[in-house]
Write a protein that binds this ligand. Sequence first.
Ligand code: UDP
Length: 360
Amino acid sequence: MTNPVILCSGMLCGTVPATGKSTRLPRRTTTKGKALRFLITGGAGFIGSHLAEALLAGGHRVHILDDLSTGSMDNIRHLKTDPGFGYTIETCASTSVVAELVDEADIVYHLAAAVGVELIVESPVRTIETNVHCTEVVLAQACKKRKPVFLASTSEVYGKSTSFPFREDGDLVMGASTTGRWSYACSKAIDEFLTLAYWKERRLPTVVARLFNTVGPRQTGRYGMVVPRFVGQALAGRPLTVYGDGTQTRCFCHVDDVVRALVDLMLLGELAYGEVFNIGSQEEISMLGLAHRVRDLTESGSDIEIIPYGEAYEEGFEDMPRRYPDIRKIGSAVGWTPQHSLDDILQDVVNFQQAEAAIV
Ligand code: UDP
């Protein structure tokens, strides 16, 4: 790396968004001015590719490990010409590969996981094995080399909790093991326990973040994600498929906001280790409301179709009726609040899908 850079988030160099309340910002404990080497497992995925882009833009080096199970070369093709970028196509269940790549990194972002409710319902074995085993391998190798690890977890771990807003120290309420959906939540909860245990017992620096419905350009609707799916349906003039009765709500957060949080949390250093943070927006919308919003934005003539959960996923499927995060903890730690409104997010996804359609 010829030009050392000031260590900062790729998008918010030296600035802290106003949170509207007094926040005491801890001092960063990492060395300023040093370019770092990052390993991102699952880096060819939607969030990983945006994270790689931001870190490279900040002057750091990035290596991606991805087996392309849900990620895609299309997400990282534009990064291949950057001299600070490298990638390995392999599963992170491969101990020898992980060992070598961890050795070459300063910080590890472990994002590789089975994602998408449809995929999880269809392939529960793969979901559980990928989520649990890959995390075991990454943590064990990182521990040997004493490299800090960030674990991407999910708001799904709150399960059936009704304590709104969801707080990081609140109870996780799981459904029955006979209902497949909860295997995802349980596998990610095990990942969290293991990651925190490595900090507690072995003093491996680790940070856990629970992401609440991250959306934006490059996300595919193939595995069930509702925003790219509704936008694709509206642009194609096909019916928008609202599952259940459409009263379930979500808070969608722009991937650029999420990446900024991921970068800032790891650069915070010691003060973030052993902690769990929610990362999400507090702009809440029902799925029926979302369908109308997308249809209006795209001026589409699509119908809105209500599809029972049993038909959309499987008989006995249980949804989370609401997911609303408390984000005060990350706000006081790094001054983070989301900067993008839902309208911004939807417009970005529409622009992306239109541009993609123009290329094909
Ligand atoms: N959903 C929907 N239509 C679709 C895909 C999803 O109504 O075509 C609903 C889904 O049942 C859930 C919400 O949208 O209530 C968010 O789904 P997604 O898979 O994006 O994320 P989740 O919050 O379930 O992880």
